[in-house]
Design a binder for this molecule. Sequence first.
Ligand SMILES: Cc1cc2nc3c(=O)[nH]c(=O)nc-3n(C[C@H](O)[C@H](O)[C@H](O)COP(=O)(O)O)c2cc1C
Length: 399
Amino acid sequence: MRPYGGTSRAGACTCGWIGESPRPVSWYYRNWIRPLLFLQDSERVHNRTLQGLAWMSASRELCSAMAGWFNTPGLPVEAFGLRFPNPVGLAAGMDKGAVAVPAWESMGFGFSELGGVTRHGQSGNPEPRMFRAPAEEALLNRMGFNNPGADILAERLARWHARGRWPSHPVGVNLGKSKVTPLGEAASDYAYSFRKLWGLADFFVVNVSSPNTPNLRQLQDKSALDEILAALQEVNAAEQRMAGGGARLKPILVKVAPDLTWDALDDVVSLVAPRGLAGLVATNTTIARPPTEDPVARWVYRETGGLSGRPVRERSTEVIRHLYRQTAGRVPIIGVGGISTVDDAWEKVLAGATLLQVYSGLVYEGPSLPSALVTGLRERLAGAAWSEVVGSGAGVTKN
Ligand SMILES: Cc1cc2nc3c(=O)[nH]c(=O)nc-3n(C[C@H](O)[C@H](O)[C@H](O)COP(=O)(O)O)c2cc1C
């Protein structure tokens, strides 16, 4: 076991793949599909891919063919009262409008996080607003929460349920604040979306860490966040009462920015117990711009927005480790930021992530990434229990 070993990345023209397992799908993706996709505008490719997945999602047969193709092995994990078939999930932002809900499970993800959704539908920032820096395996975005709004999202989720197409893996919803809502009214904005979507998803993530809504990140401030969480837990209790019949409270997690100081992260941690948080998600994109020699990356990094992919990997892992230590390993952490190899995933698990998510890695490695990560993680585990390995590199003695 190499606790914080370097990454083993397949070269662009070898048929190697992440970790040690050869995965020919990735070779085709990297060498044939990706170069063609990267000739086109990033957001356009994203939208076309989603359209394709939405089309596939309408068909049970296509979804089961896709699941058979990726053939993701099981690696069950339990966290905040939910059972995950494997710990690798889809990160927020990929399917903001819940258009391809069944496809993510067929692709091999152990859970998916839909949204970010806001109370009011909004078109987001003007285009272009999503950029690639391929040499750094990075994305930069300033989407600005383009999404259909909580009402329409609720209708779509209800439709997937009604059609019997709801995935068997846990589905979360990422909650953001509408741009038109003043910061002082943020709590009621979040609460509206939560109430609307309460019965339709398995867990909820409070996103106060996106850099693309003006001043949103100020809501990570202790008293502002406390107000939002208090409002959400009130809705949670009321909805649970109304649902009756042994309904459980929905797990609520908070997603943090990688740019927070240790003290600011500790402020968030201090709300976990009093506000009954189920977990933390670390991290969102960064406003930092690490040094780069690559001219394209330099050009991209001048754009306003949040950076994801490889440049955020290390900081995200540091934040996970810090949160794990500060919570003594008692609070489940979803680790996200720069995962594109088994090494990347493993270092986050050792740092304290019980669950993982990917976004940029999917763009750079293609759709077989979840299956390859799960396969690699199983190999690394070598029969050990997941719970034993989580946080084992964080320097905390669990009791
Ligand atoms: C285009 C794009 C849109 C995103 N939208 C959201 C969002 O709506 N809510 C959120 O919490 N995170 C959002 N994220 C952040 C990702 O969920 C993730 O935290 C971040 O990209 C780091 O992971 P990665 O390096 O695997 O991409 C977005 C990321 C990208 C690239």
